[in-house]
Design a protein around this ligand. Structure first.
Ligand code: SAH
Length: 354
């Protein structure tokens, strides 16, 4: 399979051009084209011979668009095909204060949370840094005259901390001054929680935001909805977040899906208060979005706000997340590897039709 130029850091590009006997400034030229998500025909400031040799080894682009669906709220769910034919999804979220993109970091997901479509068929493979980055590059090119992309959240399919090296390289490429130059503070990683990887993230100097998919205040409840809860206790996760805050000084986000009658009672609020005591955090309440094959019940909007008020009254900082894209299956927990889905349903036609 051909390699990807978008996988290369500025230093790696310099080594590439040096190995081909080209002057150093070619690396910067290449970087500009990669960041603009150009096709080779647009690399007009580079020698034709150099491009021809490049083409033998490197794919033109990491992703091609298969289809897209636009939500009534303006969110766009893109289905991309990778060079080897896997399908992945990303979502564009328009905001007056700066557009954001939600990227996938794996084809499928191994975590198997019962409420989330991404892990429905397990994990196929990790995406490379360049494949993750190219989701943003593609959308930034599209939205160039529409405010571009200001914020990136790793909240699509896959578990960023289970694809640690690619995640870290992606963040470094994304925030590089010679890249899209997205502000580090505008990058969010969401994780179901792997304590030693949370520690590593802080030690490696990650300066973005960290969100933990907690979703239940006790191990007993969490085990009912998240397989990873059998490996790590909520206490070990919250301890890891405390260390993360101590090392980085960054307030963490606790994501908490609201499932009607399951985790939204007064005693759940009390348990959350005790668990999170003294942790500098903000709780993001997410009313459950429907996914195929999941019969958990969302709580009503009214109840979500009541639960939020209850947390606030207990001294916690909490808000209800405004969910976008749910009418096009582009909201939290609705992204997936639609290849498998298509094969299962034998309806490629419908899924690929533009
Ligand atoms: N893989 C990452 C990101 C997941 S998506 C992670 O595990 O954290 C972002 C948030 O949406 C996570 O907190 C995730 O648990 C949550 N989510 C998943 N399925 C959902 C659903 N059906 N409705 C609402 N939120 C969901």
């Amino acid at each position: 399979m051909k390699k990807l130029l978008s996988d290369l850091s500025p230093e790696e590009l310099e080594r590439l051009v040096a190995a081909r006997g080209e002057p150093k400034y070619r690396a910067k030229q290449l970087m500009r084209h990669i960041v603009a998500y150009d096709s080779y025909s647009e690399y007009t400031d580079l020698p034709k011979k150099f491009i021809a040799r490049l083409e033998e080894e490197y794919a033109e682009r990491a992703l091609t668009e298969k289809t897209r669906v636009t939500s009534s709220d303006g969110a766009v769910r893109y289905l991309f095909e990778t060079v080897n034919g896997d399908l992945i999804e990303a979502v564009f979220l328009p905001h007056g204060y700066g557009n954001s993109v939600c990227v996938s970091c794996q084809v499928g997901c191994a975590m198997g949370c019962v409420f989330c479509a991404s892990g429905h068929y397990g994990l196929k493979r990790n995406l490379s840094a360049g494949e993750i980055l190219s989701q943003v590059l593609f959308i930034a090119r599209e939205k160039k005259n529409d405010g571009g992309v200001r914020k990136v959240v790793m909240m699509g399919s896959g578990s960023p901390l289970a694809n640690y090296d690619a995640t870290l390289k992606f963040v470094s490429l994304l925030t590089s001054p010679s890249g899209l130059n997205i502000g580090m503070r505008s990058v969010s990683i969401s994780t179901c929680g792997i304590p030693d990887k949370i520690d590593k993230l802080a030690d490696d100097g990650f300066g973005g935001a960290l969100s933990l998919s907690l979703h239940a205040p006790t191990d007993e409840k969490r085990k009912k909805i998240m397989r990873i809860a059998n490996s790590y206790s909520v206490n070990s996760l919250i301890s890891a977040l405390r260390r993360f805050f101590d090392k980085t000084g960054r307030r963490v986000v606790i994501e908490y899906i609201l499932i009607g009658g399951f985790n939204d009672t007064e005693s759940d609020a009390e348990a959350l208060k005790n668990l999170l005591k003294g942790l500098c955090c903000h709780i993001n309440l997410i009313p459950l979005n429907p996914t195929d094959g999941c019969d958990l019940r969302p709580c009503s909007k009214k109840h979500a706000y009541e639960f939020c008020d209850r947390l606030t009254a207990l001294g916690l900082s909490a808000t209800v997340r405004r969910s976008m894209g749910s009418d096009v299956a582009g909201a939290c927990g609705q992204l997936k590897n639609r290849t498998v889905e298509a094969q299962k349903k034998n309806d490629n036609e419908k899924i690929y039709r533009k």
